[in-house]
Design a protein around this ligand. Structure first.
Ligand SMILES: *[C@@H]1O[C@H](CO)[C@@H](O)[C@H](O)[C@H]1NC(C)=O
Ligand SMILES: CC(=O)N[C@H]1CO[C@H](CO)[C@@H](O)[C@@H]1O
Length: 456
């Protein structure tokens, strides 16, 4: 029997089919890079009978990069079989699309850009710090040094504006963060300035530089997080239509951890490295999808996902949350209730201050409008729903196995159509070998419960 019977699942299958239908050739190479076999033949409607097509942009921006994307993600996995070490697949999420433009597919960076803040100097600081990472990646040491200098002055020249943006209660903390960022940038400059050419020295330099850079990024993110206006969450909650007062909401961010295993103790095989478990850390974003993120937190707290199988894995998405894949019930029913709990579609368009409800960007007359958290990173989190009913999601969600060519950034079939509610920020590359039938052994909230509410 088909594992993918629910409306939500079928809807997603349809989207996947559109993409798989036109891009088969690009899925296969990725799968073979991973040494994994493709398994989407069971998705309903996966024959080429679909009359839907992907749209001109999707068809013209494809190129050879699809084959390299996942390989790039996995580059550097050399550690022994220990799932904790998957971080070695460094977060070097920098690559180009076939058209040559750069796609930001770094979930940490996307989360930072998605913060509801408005402080130009902070954004400039973030941008230059990110440029320095690209410089490291390209081993352009002199440019890295100059971009670090630029970052330092972006900060020192705008101290007053930055302190104003964080508010007086955060002043001390922000001052400390800025000092740390400045020190980090100095340290990074010294590391890359160190004389040394040749493959070995360059590698040593990078091994030292990346963690320092990651710390700077994290401090910049913490500084930006202080800039979220104190009344933003009030506006966010007031913006949720009253019809949904009974639903949980996350008024900020939270992180959750899922651990997955294979049913018979087999190992996960990602690029030839074996792992006993897959331990994913995900940041759920209530700033852009408060009800969706709040609902997932609620289900995690209820133990809903514990021992839940993966019901779909086809190289496009990994999906879970179907309470009865073989039966007729595919939604969450609160204990004692005979009505499924449905949640609204939440879409946060970049040009809007607050998310919009129950409508896709297309139906809102803004097809392809940029969204605050785009489906643009490997492990991006999306809420599954029935294709023809906006407010039909309940408990099934998916991890996008992002591939620039299958879901072109800014021009794909997910942005503006499915609620994006966060990203996987750790071990996301291991999703590559998470298959149908694998089990979520545990799911827990690790931070951010203070931002969660059971209902209005
Ligand atoms: C490094 O970047 C500078 C400035 O953009 C450029 O002029 C130079 O050619 C680059 N060097 C290398 C080795 O790519
Ligand atoms: C974002 C940013 O300012 N990047 C700069 C990094 O350094 C190069 C070379 O100096 C500049 O051209 C970039 O604008």
């Amino acid at each position: 029997m088909s594992p993918c019977k629910s409306t939500a699942c079928v809807a997603l299958a349809a989207v996947s089919t559109l993409i798989a239908g036109v891009s088969d050739a690009f899925v296969v190479p990725s799968a073979s890079v991973l040494g994994a076999s493709r398994s989407n033949s069971r998705a309903p409607g996966s024959s080429s009978s679909s009359s839907l097509s992907m749209g001109a942009d999707g068809g013209t921006t494809r190129g050879d990069f699809g084959k390299q994307t996942i390989a790039t993600l996995l580059a550097g996995v050399t550690a022994a079989a220990n799932f904790e070490s998957a971080n070695a697949a460094n977060k070097l999420q920098v690559s180009s699309t076939a058209s040559g433009s750069r796609v930001n597919k770094d979930p940490i960076s996307l989360l930072q850009w998605g913060l509801p803040i408005d402080c130009k100097p902070a954004r400039q600081l973030q941008e230059v710090v990110e440029a320095a990472k690209l410089d490291l990646f390209q081993k352009n040491w002199s440019r890295a040094v100059s971009n670090c200098s630029k970052a330092k002055s972006a900060m020192s020249g705008n101290k007053a504006a930055i302190l104003k943006a964080v508010g007086s209660s955060n002043e001390a903390g922000a001052t400390k963060l800025m000092a740390d960022i400045d020190m980090g940038l100095g340290a990074l400059q010294r590391i890359v300035q160190d004389d040394g050419a040749g493959v070995v020295l360059e590698k040593a330099k990078l091994d030292e530089a990346y963690p320092v850079h990651a710390t700077i990024v994290s401090n910049v993110g913490n500084l930006e997080a202080m800039m979220v206006p104190p009344d933003y969450t009030k506006k966010l909650e007031a913006n949720i239509p009253g019809d949904f007062d009974s639903l949980p909401r996350l008024l900020g961010r939270a992180s959750v951890e899922f651990v997955m295993e294979k049913p018979k103790g087999e190992k996960f095989d990602v690029a030839g490295v074996l792992y006993d478990k897959v331990r994913l850390t995900m940041v759920l974003d209530g700033f852009t999808a408060p009800v969706t993120a709040g609902t997932i937190i609620d289900l995690v707290q209820r133990g809903y996902y514990k021992n839940m199988p993966i019901t779909r894995s086809d190289g496009f998405v990994v999906q879970t949350g179907d309470p009865d894949p073989e039966g007729n019930v595919h939604d969450f029913f609160p204990p004692g209730s005979d009505t499924a709990r449905k949640i609204p579609l939440e879409i946060a368009v970049t040009e809007d201050k607050l998310p919009m409800y129950s409508v896709t960007t297309e139906d809102d007359g803004r097809g392809y409008a940029a969204t605050k958290l785009p489906f643009q990173a490997y492990g991006a989190l999306g809420m599954a729903r029935s294709e023809f009913e906006a407010d039909s999601a309940s408990c099934q969600f998916f991890w996008l196995l992002f591939d620039s060519d299958l879901t072109p950034a800014g021009k794909n079939l997910l942005d503006g159509r499915y609620a994006e509610f966060g990203y996987t920020v750790d071990n996301q590359e291991l999703l590559a070998d998470v298959k149908e039938g694998d089990i979520i052994k545990s799911a827990k909230v690790i931070s951010g419960m203070e931002n969660w509410k059971q209902s209005a």
